[in-house]
Design a protein around this ligand. Structure first.
Ligand SMILES: [Zn+2]
Length: 307
């Protein structure tokens, strides 16, 4: 048994109890922000479902079924690949064949669909039939960081398990235990309460760079730092679009009235879109444009959206 992250233990215990009483839903979706531990949870649940010698705490880790799974070699476990941008209809056809076949180890069969929200429409349609009439002993675990993006018909046929890591103070405490220092105040909120994402940002020191970005933005919008200077320092920073989005939503837009909020968010979304669509775009120029527009929206509230 590998130990689960502390915040995963309560939902895992519930899933285990449902499995033991034969009441586990045949299709469920594990959701929550990236870095909450959805994949870990999917693995732990698959282990429980496949283990031949289930223990009070979960899978035994020692039976033939557990050994095969740990070696990545269990014929009754199918994990779809998440390394492509979309899950296509071919992958779902493979899933359908798998789920209707016989179990090799005379037990359950488990399918894990990572990033299920990236299924194409055709793939989602192909999955529906299996979800509607799930073969006996087959469990389908969908994983999604973007639950609303899953089609409504898929959502309606899967039991939803929303994973949480507790309040910000608990998460900050867990992070300080892992790193032996207190995380910066913005970090947990920036990571939408996902401790593993926060931990990885601390581990490779991206968190420090994000902290600098926040300070620079504060200095620019409070008039302490000139535009050319702030652009020079911000351009090319790690996770710039993520941090700008966070800053705009949490710091700039929140105190504004609705229309101005919309104008501020629209300016940001346009900048994000251009960054991905315009090949060879001058990033410093684009950033200058965005920061100028934001400041003018903040300073001259009448100017932009009445036209
Ligand atoms: Zn076992």
């Amino acid at each position: 048994m590998t130990e689960l992250y502390p915040w995963l233990q309560p939902p895992f215990n519930q899933l285990l109890a449902l499995t033991n009483s034969g009441q586990l839903a045949h299709a469920l979706v594990l959701c929550g922000p990236a870095g909450i531990g959805k994949a870990t949870m999917a693995d732990a649940l698959a282990a429980v479902l496949l283990c031949k010698n289930r223990q009070p705490a979960g899978a035994c880790g020692q039976c033939k079924s557990c050994m095969l799974r740990q070696a990545g070699n269990h014929a009754d476990l199918l994990k779809l690949h998440s390394d492509t941008q979309h899950i296509g209809v071919d992958a779902i056809r493979q899933l359908n064949n798998f789920s209707h076949g016989a179990a090799q180890q005379h037990g359950n069969r488990v399918v894990v669909i990572p990033a299920a929200d990236t299924m194409t429409e055709a793939a989602a349609n192909a999955l529906l039939k299996t979800l509607e009439e799930p073969p006996a002993g087959c469990f389908i675990i969908l994983v999604s960081s973007n639950y609303p993006q899953l089609s409504a018909t898929i959502r309606s046929r899967c039991q939803q398990w929303q994973l949480h890591a507790g309040n910000a103070a608990d998460i900050a405490q867990w992070l300080s235990q892992q790193t032996n220092k207190s995380p910066p105040a913005f970090l947990v909120e920036y990571c939408q309460g996902a401790p593993l994402k926060a931990l990885s940002l601390l581990a490779d020191d991206t968190a420090t760079s994000l902290s600098d970005t926040l300070t620079l933005l504060d200095e620019y919008f409070s008039g302490k730092l000139q535009l050319t200077n702030v652009v020079k320092q911000l351009d090319g920073k790690a996770e710039l679009s993520g941090m700008l989005g966070f800053y705009i939503r949490q710091r700039l837009a929140q105190p504004l009235e609705f229309l101005r909020q919309q104008a501020v968010l629209t300016a940001y979304q346009r900048w994000c879109r251009d960054a991905t669509r315009i090949i060879g775009q001058n990033s410093a120029l684009a950033l200058t444009g965005l920061l100028t527009e934001l400041k003018s929206l903040l300073q001259h509230p009448e100017a932009k959206w009445k036209s």
